[in-house]
Design a protein around this ligand. Structure first.
Ligand code: 3H9
Length: 693
């Protein structure tokens, strides 16, 4: 029997310990071994009660997600009732089974726990059904037992949104029986010994009290919220369908519905894409050629140059993670303005219930506002977040070189500029790196970590480690104009502008991409970001434009007329004083007429193909040039920084699902030069995913 699960005895209590690091995922061996030990403990006359506990940092983080890929690709058989059988084995056991939870009881882990007769937990434990984040629903009774413990409305929320809850909330809801302080195993022994002589409590599957009554309004409200929070995703609705079945039908009939819905989700493209994204987020923290011997440096204090929109947002990100920040501006007025914006942002978060006042007070107190570099030597990392201008950034780096501690990391928050040119302004180019945050920096999850020619491995590893501490996803990119994200975005936006110049109304362009799944349409995004921002960057790089290559003119002309987007209440669209769109800006029509191209509106399908394949074609070039390490790095950039729908897996994953020959045909049909890598993969009958194996 697998040694991932062991059985030991403490007096008359048997302990089944799951030890499958790092997160005790319930793979096939673990499932079989739990059943084996349960049967053994049941048969042992010297055992009165059984405890199930996880070794290491957690209870059970769920089913083994890696097995799902094997099942859907035909490498492993699908045994729908496998985890359910383990649950029955627990539930039917004549001896009380006590689940002792620490860390996380997620997905199949919570399902297993809910089959137990009792659940106790450490105070910092969390429980949840996060399957929807993988495009799945709970598949081993979660949609059936959770409503019986927590009530239908809360179970619907937990299964449809996938957010975990704290041990205290789980106790209040009735999911847990007790929270125990101190050593969990000792507490579990004591608890098990106490309950051993009591009659068994009713099985959770028979506790129907919380199912009674009319839950239609609660379910309708969660369904409506899914339309916003998980737009176009199928799994949340499937989870609600299974919960509705729990209310309507006897346990085993509803459980069968859950199994069928789970299987349908498992084989869906949405789930495959989201599982790709789950592992992708972890893959991007690994840099080929840099081993575990390179350790991250400790970052205890940060300094930030610039308290504007980006600098302020970055400061909030650091102090929210508990890292004190020295925040510098050039004048008292600018500093006061920056601090006031930070304070307003925090106040808004408290009002919306996103942050607690106490948290905000502590975070704000970690900011030390300054007007000079006097205290910069204290910082382990300095982040420059000034205006996007190379000469200015070089000048600042010259100054930082003089004031920074010798081993401090010097990061620039540039979105497009040459890291090597900035690094060359210092005597320590190996300590210089790009940290490209996305606006609003305290909200957006992506951090592009731009590697210069001389950036040291230690600086990269520290940046990745820091990204995790800051609750960001760090993706390493090579140094080129726009790095991964903005270089591809330039092609995407240009294509949207070309479509507008060629006669497709702006709102149709935006609607087509929004309906396809993008968080916003491209022209609405430019209005939000500010047409002036892109215009300035394009001016800076004007000398690099290749003659004979079509240039998107319309948004430059709008910017030149002072239409900067939402901030001036007019860009591609007009906006009311609450920044709600109020129709297309008539000036946009005039600009398009003045450009004078033949007008032929595109269909929704053509709009999507042109914009998305522009991303894919440029992504292929970026891969070929080594700017992105792997296709998945591009996907993770797009999923976390550009509103690409998670359930489509990112541009490169999506291209694979469409089929690269079809993508190449369309690229040629649009008259573009295909990326050589795209042609090569099609010729060799390969996919982008194959490049990662
Ligand atoms: C499910 O349960 C379906 C059921 O309803 C039943 C169906 C019949 N499997 O995130 P980390 C790996 S669906 C396999 O860096 P943290 C992860 O890839 C599942 N591997 O740690 C990484 O590997 P590597 C429902 C898993 O401390 C390593 O563990 N459950 C799994 O930041 C460390 O992970 C979920 O969706 C897994 N289930 O966060 C929970 N989980 O080192 C998914 C993790 O090679 N997991 N790995 O890169 C999580 O949310 C986080 O991992 C967790 C720990 C919060 C647990």
């Amino acid at each position: 029997m697998s040694d991932l699960v062991t059985l030991s005895k403490h007096g008359r209590v048997a302990v089944i310990t799951i030890d499958n690091p790092p997160v005790n995922a319930l793979n096939s061996d673990v499932r079989s071994a739990i059943t084996y030990h349960l049967i053994k403990a049941e048969a042992d006359e010297e055992v009165d009660a059984i405890v199930i506990i996880g070794a290491g940092r957690t209870f059970i983080a769920g089913a083994d997600i890696r097995e799902f890929n094997k099942i859907t690709s035909g490498l492993q058989n699908w045994e729908p009732n496998d985890l359910n059988s383990v649950c029955y084995e627990i539930e039917e056991n004549p001896k009380p089974v006590v689940m002792a939870i620490h860390g996380t009881a997620f997905g199949g882990g919570l399902e297993l726990a809910m089959a137990g007769h009792y659940r106790i937990a450490s105070p910092d434990a969390q429980v949840g059904q996060p399957e929807v984040k993988l495009g799945l629903i709970p598949g081993a009774g979660g949609t059936q037992r959770l409503p019986r413990l927590a009530g239908v409305a809360k179970a619907a929320e937990m299964c449809a949104f996938g957010e975990p809850i704290s041990a205290q909330e789980a106790l209040d809801l009735g999911i847990l029986d007790r929270i125990v302080e101190g050593d969990l195993l000792s507490a579990a022994f004591a608890f098990a010994a106490d309950v051993a002589s009591l009659p068994l409590p009713p099985k959770v599957r028979d506790r129907n009290a919380k199912l009674a009554g009319d839950h239609s309004a609660a379910l309708a409200s969660v369904r409506a919220a899914c339309g916003k929070r998980a737009r176009l995703q199928k799994a949340p609705l499937a989870a609600l369908e299974a919960i509705e079945a729990a209310v309507r039908l006897p346990f085993f009939d509803a459980l069968q519905i859950e199994s069928d819905l789970f299987a349908r989700c498992l084989h869906s493209n949405q789930s495959k894409a989201m599982i790709h994204a789950f592992f992708g987020e972890r893959t991007v923290s690994k840099i080929p050629g840099i081993g575990k011997e390179v350790k991250p440096r400790k970052i205890a204090t940060a300094a930030i140059v610039g308290a504007g929109t980006m600098g302020g947002g970055i400061a909030m990100t650091y102090v929210n993670a508990g890292i004190p920040v020295i925040l510098k501006e050039t004048s008292q007025e600018a500093l006061d303005k920056g601090l006031a914006t930070i304070r307003n942002n925090y106040e808004a978060s408290v009002q919306k219930g996103r942050l607690k006042q106490d948290f905000v007070d502590k975070a704000f107190a970690r900011i030390t506002p300054v007007l000079d570099y006097g205290r910069f030597a204290e910082a382990d990392i300095i982040v420059e977040a000034v205006f996007e201008n190379l000469a200015l950034k070089k000048k600042i780096f010259q100054q930082l070189d003089k004031v920074a501690a010798p081993d401090a990391i010097l990061a620039t928050n540039t979105s497009t500029l040459d890291i090597d040119a900035i690094a060359a302004a210092t005597s320590r180019p190996d300590r210089v790196v790009g940290h490209h945050f996305f606006s609003p920096a305290n909200v957006m999850r992506l951090l592009e970590i731009v590697r210069g020619k001389q950036t040291s491995p230690e600086v990269l590893v520290t940046s990745l480690d820091l990204a995790r501490r800051l609750k960001k996803v760090g993706v390493v990119a090579g140094n080129c104009r726009g790095f991964i994200g903005n270089r591809m975005f330039h092609q995407y936006i240009s294509e949207a502008v070309f479509l507008a110049e060629d006669g497709t109304p702006p709102d149709q362009i935006d609607r087509a991409l929004y309906n396809w799944g993008m968080a916003m349409g491209p022209l609405a995004v430019i209005d939000l970001a500010g047409l002036d921002v892109g215009w300035r960057i394009r001016q800076e790089f004007k000398h690099l434009e290749r003659p004979g290559v079509r240039y998107a003119e319309a948004h430059d002309r709008l910017a030149e007329c002072g239409y900067y987007g939402q901030k001036t209440r007019a860009g591609w669209y007009l906006y009311d004083d609450k920044r709600k769109p109020a129709g297309i800006n008539p000036a946009a029509h005039e600009v398009i007429a003045s450009i004078g191209r033949p007008q032929s509106p595109a269909s929704a399908a053509d709009i999507v193909d042109r914009c998305i394949y522009a991303l894919v074609n440029e992504g292929a070039r970026i891969l070929e040039e080594g700017i992105a390490i792997r296709p998945v790095d591009i996907d993770i950039v797009y999923l976390n920084g550009y509103g690409f729908p998670a359930w489509r897996g990112g541009p490169m994953w999506y291209a694979d699902t469409v089929g690269l020959p079809k993508v190449l045909d369309r690229v040629r049909e649009f008259g573009w030069e295909p990326a050589p890598l795209l042609v090569k993969l099609v010729t060799e009958d390969k996919t982008f995913a194959a490049l990662e194996q």
